[in-house]
Design a protein around this ligand. Structure first.
Ligand SMILES: NC(=O)C1=CN([C@@H]2O[C@H](COP(=O)(O)OP(=O)(O)OC[C@H]3O[C@@H](n4cnc5c(N)ncnc54)[C@H](O)[C@@H]3O)[C@@H](O)[C@H]2O)C=CC1
Ligand SMILES: O=C(O)C(=O)COP(=O)(O)O
Length: 530
C-alpha cells in the first residue's frame, strides 16, 4: 500500500483518482510547520503540496521513503530541487492547469490598478461618495511590458492585444517568429523597463530572477508607470518599489505575491494607498484547482506504480517521438551497466555510451541515467540509485561521462556499447534492443555473444587448452548447476579464450573458487541480472 500525504488545500474532486485507488492510502493534514512535517514524513511514499508547504532538505532527509513530491501548480521554488535530485526523489508539477486562471487574475489586477477599484470600493462602502480621488487611465494605446513570455505571459499578451495595448516583451526562449505571430515586439530588458506604461513579470523565481526589478531598474522607468507581480514575491524588490512609489516614478503597483508569505501585519504594502494586493490568489479558481489536482494525482499514481509519467521537473523533458524510439533501450542500458559493474574491478572513472546504426541520429545522452542506474546500484544499493539521481551521484564521484556516435552498425541496426574505465582496467559490453522485444547482449568485450540479460551468467577467462570445457561442465554438474547455454570465443588457437555460460541457478562462492583452481582458468565472474 502506498502512503500519500497532502499538506496544502488541494481540490477533493481532483484527488478522486488517489482516493479511489486500491493501492493508495491518502492522508490530508494541512497547516503543518517544518518540524511537524519532519516528524511524520518518514512513513510516506508521496507528498502533494501547493505553495504554502516548504519542502526543505531536512524534510526530504526525514522522508526516507519519499519517491515523489508533487506540486499542484507551476512554481516549485518552495521545493529544494537540488536536495530532491540528490536523493532521487522525483518532483512533478502541473504546468498547464492554472495558466488561464493566473493570466485572468493578472489582467484583473492590471484593470483594478488602472481604475483604483479596490480603493474606490473601500471608500464607497465606508460611506464616502468620492468621485474625484480615483481618476484612472485607459489601457488602450499603453505599452505593456511583459517579462517572461511563457504560458502565462503569452496568454496575458493575447488579452492585452484585444484591449488595444502595445506589447513589448523579453524571454530568452521566445523566437522572433513566434513573437511576431503573437504581435509581441521583442526588446531587451532595459528597453522594456524604459518604455513600459504597465510592466508585468511572469518568470519563475530563480537565482537569476531574484530582484530582477530593483533600484537600478526603477530609476530608469517612465514616470507614472504601473507595475504588476502575479508571479512570485522576490522577482521585484519590495524595498526599491516603495522608494520608487515615494519618488513618483511608479504610480501604482498590484501584487498577488510577497517575498515572505503571508506578509507581516506591518508590511508597508498593506497600508500604501497606491498598492493593491491579493493573498496569492492567482491560481485560485475552481477550474484551475481541479485541473492541477487531477494532473498531479495521475502522475503520482504512475510514479508509485513505476509507470511512465510526464512533467518531472528534475528530469530532462523528452519529446514523445524520441521517447518512443529510446524506450526499448532503457532496460537494456540498465542491464549493460549492471553487467559491467559485476565484471570489473577498481573504482569507476569513466563511462562512455557509444551508439551505432539508427540510434546514432538520436539524443542518446538520455540513456546515460539508465546505464548509471544499473552500474551504481550494484555498488550503492538499488534503494539509493534511480534515474533521477544517477547522473548527480556519478558526477559527485568525479566519474567522467561520455556519449559517442557512429553510423556503422556492427551486429544489428541499433547497437549500444557501454565502455567502462576503472582505476585498473577497461571493459565493454554491447547490446541491441528492438521495440516490443527484450534487449539482448550482443558482445562482451571483443567476443560476439547472444544472451538475454536475465538470470545468472558465468564469465570465465582461460587459456585456450583442450579439456577445459569438459572440466567446467563436470564441476558445475557435480554441484547441481545446470548449464542453459554456453558460448566460447578466443583470439587465436592456444591464446586467450572466454566461456560464457548461462546457468539456471546461482553459483556459490565455493563453486567459483573450485573453478579458479582449474590451472588454465584465469578469472571467473558471475553476473546476476535481477
Ligand atoms: N500567482 C500565482 O498564483 C501563480 C504564479 N505563477 C508563477 O508564474 C510563473 C510563470 O508561470 P508559467 O508562465 O506557467 O511558466 P513558464 O515556464 O511557461 O514561463 C516562464 C517563462 O519565464 C522565462 N524566463 C525565465 N527567466 C527569465 C528572465 N530572466 N527573463 C525573462 N524571461 C525569463 C522562461 O523562459 C519562460 O518562458 C511561475 O513560475 C510561477 O512562479 C504561476 C501560477 C500561479
Ligand atoms: O502554481 C503556482 O505557481 C502558484 O503560485 C499557485 O500557488 P498555489 O497553488 O495557489 O499555492
Amino acid at each position: 500500500m502506498f502512503k500519500v500525504l497532502v499538506t496544502d488545500p488541494i481540490s477533493d474532486f481532483g484527488l478522486q483518482q488517489l482516493i479511489g485507488a486500491e493501492d493508495v492510502a491518502l492522508s490530508q493534514i494541512t497547516g503543518l510547520c517544518e518540524e511537524e512535517l519532519i516528524s511524520i514524513i518518514s512513513s510516506y511514499d508521496a507528498l502533494l503540496v501547493r505553495s504554502q508547504t516548504k519542502v526543505t532538505r531536512r524534510v526530504m532527509e526525514a522522508g526516507s521513503r519519499l519517491k515523489v513530491i508533487a506540486r499542484a501548480g507551476v512554481g516549485v521554488d518552495n521545493i529544494d530541487l537540488e536536495a530532491a535530485t540528490s536523493r532521487g526523489i522525483i518532483v512533478v508539477n502541473a504546468p498547464d492547469g492554472n495558466t488561464v486562471t493566473t493570466c485572468e487574475h493578472t489582467f484583473a489586477m492590471m484593470m483594478a490598478l488602472a481604475r483604483h477599484i479596490p480603493q474606490a470600493y473601500a471608500k464607497t462602502i465606508a460611506g464616502h461618495w468620492d468621485r474625484k480621488s480615483f481618476l484612472g487611465v485607459e489601457l488602450r494605446n499603453k505599452v505593456l511590458g511583459v517579462l517572461g513570455l511563457g504560458r502565462i505571459g503569452i496568454e496575458l499578451s493575447k488579452r492585452a492585444a484585444a484591449f488595444g495595448m502595445d506589447i513589448v516583451g523579453y524571454d530568452p526562449y521566445l523566437s522572433k517568429e513566434r513573437a511576431d505571430k503573437l504581435g509581441i515586439k521583442l526588446l531587451t530588458m532595459d528597453e522594456i523597463i524604459r518604455t513600459a506604461d504597465f510592466l508585468s513579470v511572469h518568470t519563475p523565481l530563480t537565482k537569476e530572477t531574484h530582484h530582477l526589478i530593483a533600484r537600478p531598474q526603477f530609476n530608469v522607468m517612465k514616470r507614472g508607470m504601473r507595475i504588476v507581480n502575479c508571479a512570485r514575491g522576490g522577482i521585484i524588490d519590495e524595498v526599491s518599489l516603495m522608494e520608487a512609489l515615494d519618488k513618483g516614478i511608479v504610480a501604482g503597483a498590484a501584487f498577488d505575491v510577497f517575498e515572505n508569505e503571508p506578509p507581516v501585519a506591518e508590511h508597508p504594502f498593506l497600508k500604501h494607498p497606491k498598492i493593491i494586493v491579493t493573498p496569492h490568489l492567482g491560481a485560485s479558481t475552481l477550474e484551475a484547482q481541479e485541473n492541477v489536482a487531477l494532473d498531479v494525482s495521475e502522475q503520482v499514481i504512475h510514479i508509485l506504480r513505476n509507470e511512465p509519467f510526464k512533467n518531472a521537473v528534475n528530469m530532462p523533458v523528452v519529446p514523445k517521438e524520441l521517447l518512443n524510439k529510446l524506450q526499448p533501450c532503457f532496460a537494456l542500458c540498465e542491464q549493460l551497466g549492471k553487467s559491467l559493474a559485476q565484471m570489473t574491478d577498481g573504482a569507476v572513472r569513466e563511462v562512455a555510451v557509444e551508439c551505432e546504426g539508427n540510434l546514432a541520429d538520436l539524443d542518446t545522452s538520455l540513456l546515460i541515467p539508465y546505464v548509471l542506474k544499473g552500474l551504481l546500484s550494484h555498488h550503492l544499493g538499488s534503494e539509493r540509485v534511480n534515474v533521477v539521481n544517477a547522473v548527480h551521484l556519478a558526477k559527485s564521484r568525479d566519474i567522467h561521462l561520455l556519449v559517442r556516435k557512429s553510423v556503422l552498425a556492427q551486429s544489428s541496426t541499433s547497437e549500444i556499447t557501454i565502455r567502462l574505465k576503472t582505476t585498473i582496467e577497461e571493459r565493454w559490453v554491447s547490446g541491441s534492443a528492438l521495440p516490443g522485444a527484450q534487449g539482448r547482449i550482443t558482445r562482451i568485450g571483443p567476443y560476439p555473444v547472444d544472451i538475454t540479460p536475465e538470470g545468472y551468467v558465468l564469465l570465465i577467462s582461460q587459456n585456450d587448452k583442450p579439456g577445459i570445457i569438459g572440466r567446467v561442465g563436470n564441476l558445475l554438474g557435480n554441484n547441481g548447476i545446470n548449464i542453459a547455454t554456453m558460448q566460447v570465443g578466443r583470439n587465436e588457437i592456444g591464446g586467450s579464450a572466454v566461456m560464457i555460460l548461462k546457468i539456471d541457478n546461482k553459483a556459490s562462492a565455493n563453486v567459483i573458487e573450485a573453478l579458479l583452481e582449474i590451472p588454465e582458468i584465469k578469472r571467473v565472474r558471475e553476473i546476476i541480472f535481477d
